[in-house]
Design a protein around this ligand. Structure first.
Ligand SMILES: Cc1cc2nc3c(=O)[nH]c(=O)nc-3n(C[C@H](O)[C@H](O)[C@H](O)COP(=O)(O)OP(=O)(O)OC[C@H]3O[C@@H](n4cnc5c(N)ncnc54)[C@H](O)[C@@H]3O)c2cc1C
Length: 390
């Protein structure tokens, strides 16, 4: 019998498996595809506190504190760079948003400042065009390499005894008298009394048998990634209304997105590395043009980049754009991390700690009330604004 089974090897599940293995539990980490095959690989991978909902800020700050030494801890690569985040305003409406963000978050103690005009913005990021009228600037924000980070979590978990099974899909959590007793997959049955569901957009499939449903929307974001190039940009650049975001990776590659759009396409399953299935969503031509138009207007150098890869990434968008971090009603021993709404990559290291504390029945030293599943039973939760990725 496994002490715990973690379903999903995105950053949330991989970080949870690592924490559990580190604490000496015999843990099985499952993924129907491979590590970072979905949002945790599709992501822009900004590691950002600025622009967060007040409820999420304590988690983001705790996460950023972990990111600083994460590569060392995992004895693996993360390519984490604390190179700052500029959230730019391009018109009066965006100016009002950015001024509000700076005021609120500075009074909450975040190291965020207002760059009040184009000159000040270009003083920090000379590659920006005149379209950037002002910006918020948070120097302790940054970014990381998502695939390298998730792989480092997985390897560190394995070194501590975790068993990883990829290309294996969890079908149902079996219970006896309302308590988890096994995870049944398409290949085996794993006996366990503790289960973590960190399955991203597929979380509801595993909750169905308990009559539980997280009211998610699944919009899509298009991503373009270039060949390596000369570095002209240090901070991550986003906009007040999150209609485009971009950065240069550690080797100078551009990684750039547009905003979230309704998804009408299909999730294709193709063959990936080591014969494992790999999910893919193809972006539309219009969305790729949109990325180039929006980000190119802000950072003209991006227009010269040689694009090597494009994909579309799906978001698990909750009505209030906040995640669910909670126990699963009707299944004692099962816990849930989903609905990260386009900003769960940064939180990954802290999500892993929270879920590992849930599993081990330990108190969590962070305010988690806003992430309770029960909030969807009240009408107040359904009033939320859109996601802010990046
Ligand atoms: C384009 C884009 C840009 C983003 N930008 C940012 C950003 O800048 N900063 C930020 O913080 N966040 C960002 N995000 C959001 C962030 O990437 C996600 O919130 C985060 O990666 C979610 O991680 P996860 O582990 O919860 O889910 P996922 O990474 O989706 O992992 C879920 C895993 O579960 C597996 N799975 C599902 N069902 C089953 C099953 N039945 N059995 C076994 N395995 C299963 C899947 O294969 C998958 O690997 C962005 C997301 C996208 C798409």
């Amino acid at each position: 019998m496994a002490d715990a089974v973690v379903i999903g090897a995105g950053i949330s599940g991989a970080a949870t498996a690592y924490q559990l293995a580190k604490d000496g539990l015999d843990v099985v980490l499952l993924d129907r595809f491979s590590p970072a095959a979905m949002a945790s690989g599709w992501t822009l991978a900004g590691v950002r506190q600025s622009g967060r909902h007040a409820a999420e800020l304590p988690l983001a700050r705790a996460a950023v504190a972990i990111w600083e030494t994460l590569a060392e801890e995992l004895e693996g690569e993360t390519h984490y760079r604390r190179s700052g985040n500029l959230r730019v305003a391009r018109d009066d409406a965006e100016i009002a948003i950015i001024r509000g963000v700076v005021q609120d978050q500075a009074s909450a103690g975040l190291d965020i400042t207002l760059l009040p005009d184009n000159r000040a913005v270009r003083g920090v990021a000379p590659a920006l065009s005149e379209r950037a009228l002002l910006a918020s600037y948070c120097t302790s924000d940054g970014s990381a390499d998502p695939v390298a980070t998730v792989q480092s979590f997985v390897r560190a978990a394995e070194r501590r005894g975790a068993t990883c099974r990829f290309g294996e899909r969890a079908l149902v959590i079996e219970t006896v008298a309302g308590r988890a007793r096994a995870v049944v997959t398409d290949k085996s049955r794993i006996a366990t009394r503790r289960v973590v569901i960190a399955a991203g957009i597929f979380g509801n499939e595993l909750l169905k048998s308990f009559g539980v449903h997280v009211p998610l929307q699944v919009p899509v974001v298009t991503v373009l990634r270039s060949a390596p190039g000369a570095r002209v940009l240090e901070p991550v650049i986003s906009t007040a209304t999150a209609t485009c975001t971009g950065r240069q990776e550690h080797d100078g590659r551009w990684r750039v997105t547009n905003g979230a759009e309704a998804w009408r396409g299909t999730l294709i399953e193709e063959k990936g590395e080591r014969g494992l299935p790999r999910p893919r969503v193809n972006p539309t031509a219009a969305s790729m043009v949109d990325v180039v138009t929006r980000f190119g207007a802000l950072v003209p150098a991006f227009r010269e980049a040689a694009i090597e890869q494009s994909w579309a990434g799906l978001l698990d968008l909750a009505p209030d754009a906040l995640p669910v971090l909670d126990a699963v009603p009707g299944c004692e021993g099962a816990f849930l991390a989903m609905g990260f709404s386009g900003h769960g990559f940064c939180l990954g290291p802290v999500t892993g700690k929270i879920l590992s504390d849930f599993v081990q029945d330990r108190p969590v030293d962070l305010p988690l009330e806003p992430f309770a599943l029960s909030r969807f039973q009240t009408s107040a939760s359904a009033t939320a604004p859109a996601t802010l990725h990046g």
